[in-house]
Design a protein around this ligand. Structure first.
Ligand SMILES: Cc1cc2nc3c(=O)[nH]c(=O)nc-3n(C[C@H](O)[C@H](O)[C@H](O)COP(=O)(O)OP(=O)(O)OC[C@H]3O[C@@H](n4cnc5c(N)ncnc54)[C@H](O)[C@@H]3O)c2cc1C
Length: 383
């Protein structure tokens, strides 16, 4: 029983869990080695209605609650965190496109996104830094009906695999800060776009890299939101992704915990099962409690979003707490497996996979600043 999930959402989660166990879990370690996201699996996810089910019906979506996206997301992540980036990027970018794009431009992209036929990146971070997110240098300049884009985005998830990106850049002066930023939908096959890929610690199937723009001509129709309002209008979507990231990493932690409870209930030492020792079972019980509590917080953030209520502070809580907790849980589970936990395998991959989310989409310090501003007032917590 869960106060946020009715019978339909529980059934949807069960359906996603069966699919993920059957189709995604078997190749989870192979994809880490080959560093390629499987496009045919993406299409299967799309055919099942598992990608961005919350998108409005007017764009061909299913118009479901964001809680539906959440329960699917955690089941996909439980099997393979990299594959669940497909859901995360589709929900975040799908919300931005559907709310801020011109319907005739974004509808074909949204159709492909939901079908698993296209992958979108979100390009905000620059080499100069990511935390001070409004301090952008990438230039977006008007040229008649078009924009010309010059500059670099870095540390972008799926940079070399994505078909298009939502790109934030500066249309105003450097001094204009958040009020001189514009967002564009940029198809990444346009002339002047080049890409690189990093050698990441985890999340290796989705990967990260840089996007380079050299005199890239983008039609003005591809602008998202108003000129110079990209940061203020379009950035609102990040509350959604922060709650989803919480569910994503907690699902990986839950998988590690479930396996570890089974393991310690069977493995023997000193004539007893490991779980008979409180030094083994109590740390696991502590962490299990915290995973349950953190999951409820993430579901609450989505529930608030579905009700149209403020949830920025709750989403920031999910984003700093869940990735740290998930890392601590998997670390403890790995140790409980003794020397076997240190072998290359599911447990060490999970540890590498969840770590990235202590940085990606904003660090704990930035999330705590958002929470402090919500509680004490923005003027009491200056940048
Ligand atoms: C796995 C992963 C995926 C990512 N995916 C994307 C993506 O798809 N798109 C995208 O645009 N970016 C992405 N990023 C980039 C990410 O958003 C940035 O790395 C992040 O915002 C931090 O920026 P930075 O790395 O430049 O660190 P910096 O901003 O240089 O910060 C360095 C350290 O200083 C701390 N710090 C900075 N300012 C303050 C302050 N005011 N108070 C206290 N501490 C502070 C930070 O918390 C951090 O610990 C990803 C990163 C990772 C690791």
């Amino acid at each position: 029983m869960n106060p946020y999930l009715d019978e339909d959402l529980v059934a949807l989660g069960d359906q996603a869990r069966r699919f993920a166990a059957d189709r995604l879990a078997p190749g989870f370690q192979d994809r880490d080695r080959t560093r390629i996201l499987d496009r045919s699996l993406m299409k299967e996810m799309g055919a099942m209605g598992f990608i961005a089910p919350e998108l409005p019906e007017q764009f061909g979506g299913l118009g479901m609650a964001t809680l539906a996206a959440g329960v699917i997301h955690e089941e996909i992540a439980r099997a393979d965190l990299s594959m669940s980036y497909v859901n995360l990027l589709a929900s975040l970018n799908g919300q931005i496109l559907s709310q801020h794009g011109k319907p005739e431009i974004v509808t074909p992209w949204l159709t492909r996104l939901m079908a698993g036929e296209a992958l979108f990146a979100i390009a905000l971070t620059e080499p100069r830094g990511g935390s001070d997110a409004a301090n952008l240098r990438l230039r977006i300049e008007r040229d008649g009906d078009d924009y010309i884009v010059n500059g670099e985005k870095t540390s972008i998830s799926a940079a070399d695999q994505a078909d298009a990106a939502v790109v934030f850049g500066r249309t105003g002066t450097v001094e204009s800060g958040a009020h001189g930023v514009t967002a564009l939908l940029i198809p990444l096959e346009l002339p002047g776009v080049t890409r690189s890929r990093f050698d990441c610690h985890g999340q290796r199937a989705i990967g990260r890299g840089s996007l380079f723009f050299e005199n890239v001509r983008v039609p003005g129709s591809h602008r998202l939101g108003d000129e110079n309002k990209g940061f203020v209008q379009v950035m609102q979507g990040f509350d959604f992704s922060r709650a989803l990231i919480g569910l994503q990493v907690l699902a990986v932690a839950r998988a590690a915990l479930d396996e570890t409870w089974q393991y310690v209930a069977q493995r023997q030492a000193f004539g007893k099962t490991l779980s008979a020792f409180q030094g083994v079972s109590h740390p696991l019980a502590d962490l299990d409690t915290q995973v349950e509590a953190a999951r409820l917080l993430c579901l609450q953030a989505l529930w608030l979003k579905d009700k149209g209520l403020p949830h920025s502070a709750e989403a920031a809580m999910c984003k700093w707490w869940a990735p740290k907790l998930a890392y601590d849980v998997i670390h403890q589970c790995l140790l409980m497996h003794g020397h076997g936990g240190y072998d290359r395998g599911a447990m060490e991959q999970r540890l590498r996979d969840v770590l990235g989310f202590q940085i990606g989409d904003g660090t704990a310090q930035i999330m705590k600043t958002i929470i402090a501003r919500a509680r004490a007032g923005r003027s009491a917590v200056p940048a």
